[in-house]
Design a protein around this ligand. Structure first.
Ligand code: UDP
Length: 332
């Protein structure tokens, strides 16, 4: 990782998010100075509690999408721009459709302009969602995808597809050193319990003894990757000469019903499974072909699902239980 250390200073957009905060931690451990930029729309400053006050770390609350938003960052020039800022859970991007499209377009443009100004390397966090509801299985980077451009998920899928196009065009037209990683379903500590995704929802429900809400018949599949492994893949790509796109994701494909059963067993919960409606355009199958990451980066996921889920469950179990607001004093 000598190339990484030589980059010296990194900006992480979306640094207060789930993956972003783990990435900030990892880059600091590698000896870089890190500036996390986040507007806290779906990120949470508490994700950075352990980092604030550590030498070399700074946090800036800012929306990266406004014109010139990254022109006056403190502490530059930056050798590395890790562009993660974007709502990423379906519940978040359905709630924030225009902000999601902005993050992929204006946010990516600003991140690319910063990278070009500083002569730095940029890594775009793209997504397995660019494959949509895939007709090719497992998904290789050469697959063009099967996306409904006017469906509810399009705000995320097309934002990331546009961001990929922007990165590719910048590389060609301006010579920007920019790479694309396509991140598949990632889980671990610091997912928001209410972010709507399957792992945090099921863990929260199992710990509370509530029914686990499996969408449809639960036969749809995902391939989960523990956050430390995902971050390792991002760092390996940043330190490499590859442009990508490179898939980073888990190897083991499981059904959502099986995921729910595993979480019930692991938590020792007495919860049952209840079925809810399947969201529109919910992908039926998803599994990355990770040959490129393995051969080009020497990367492979290493964390077993038992270990990863145990760590995730322990983290959720320690979260403070939300208290109801105190009643307002009488007469006011
Ligand atoms: N899912 C579910 N119950 C929930 C939340 C999600 O069955 O409470 C399903 C969802 O419909 C999808 C899968 O779990 O089939 C993974 O959803 P998630 O939101 O975690 O990620 P996605 O891969 O869809 O972005």
């Amino acid at each position: 990782m000598a190339r990484l250390r030589d980059m010296r200073r990194a900006v992480v957009t979306g640094g207060a998010g789930f993956i972003g905060s783990h990435l900030c931690e990892r880059l600091l451990e590698d000896g870089l100075r890190v500036l996390a930029v986040d507007n806290l729309l779906s990120g949470d400053r508490r994700n950075l509690t352990a980092l604030e006050g550590r030498p070399g770390f700074r946090f800036l609350e800012r929306d990266i999408c406004a014109p010139g938003a990254l022109e006056d960052l403190p502490g530059g020039p930056y050798g590395l721009v890790m562009h993660l800022a974007c709502p990423a859970s379906p519940a978040d991007y359905l709630r924030l459709p225009l902000e999601t499209l902005e993050a992929g377009s204006s946010g990516t443009r600003n991140a690319l302009e910063l990278a070009r100004r500083d002569g730095s390397r940029l890594l775009l966090a793209s997504t397995s969602e660019v494959y949509g509801d895939p007709q090719e299985h497992p998904q290789r980077e050469t697959y063009w995808g099967h996306v409904n451009p006017v469906g509810p998920r399009s705000v995320y899928d097309e934002a990331k597809r546009f961001a990929e196009a922007l990165v590719t065009a910048h590389r060609g037209a301006r010579g920007t050193d920019a790479a694309i990683v396509r991140i598949f379903n990632t889980y671990g500590p610091r997912m928001r319990p209410g972010d709507g995704r399957a792992v945090p929802t099921f863990v929260r429900q199992a710990l509370a003894g509530e029914p686990l809400t499996v969408a449809g018949d639960g036969s749809q599949t995902r391939s989960l990757c523990y956050v430390d492994d995902t971050v390792e893949g991002l760092v390996a790509l940043a330190a490499s000469e590859l442009d990508g796109p490179v898939n980073i994701g888990g190897d083991e494909e499981i059904s959502i019903a099986e995921l729910a059963r595993r979480i019930i067993a692991l938590t020792g919960s007495r919860s049952h499974i209840s079925h809810i409606g399947l969201p529109d355009d919910d992908p039926v199958r998803r599994r990355p072909d990770t040959t490129l990451a393995r051969e080009g980066l020497g990367w492979a996921p290493r964390t077993s699902w038992e270990h990863g889920l145990k760590r995730t469950v322990s983290w959720f179990a320690e979260l403070p239980v939300p208290q109801p607001p105190a009643p307002s004093p009488a007469g006011r």
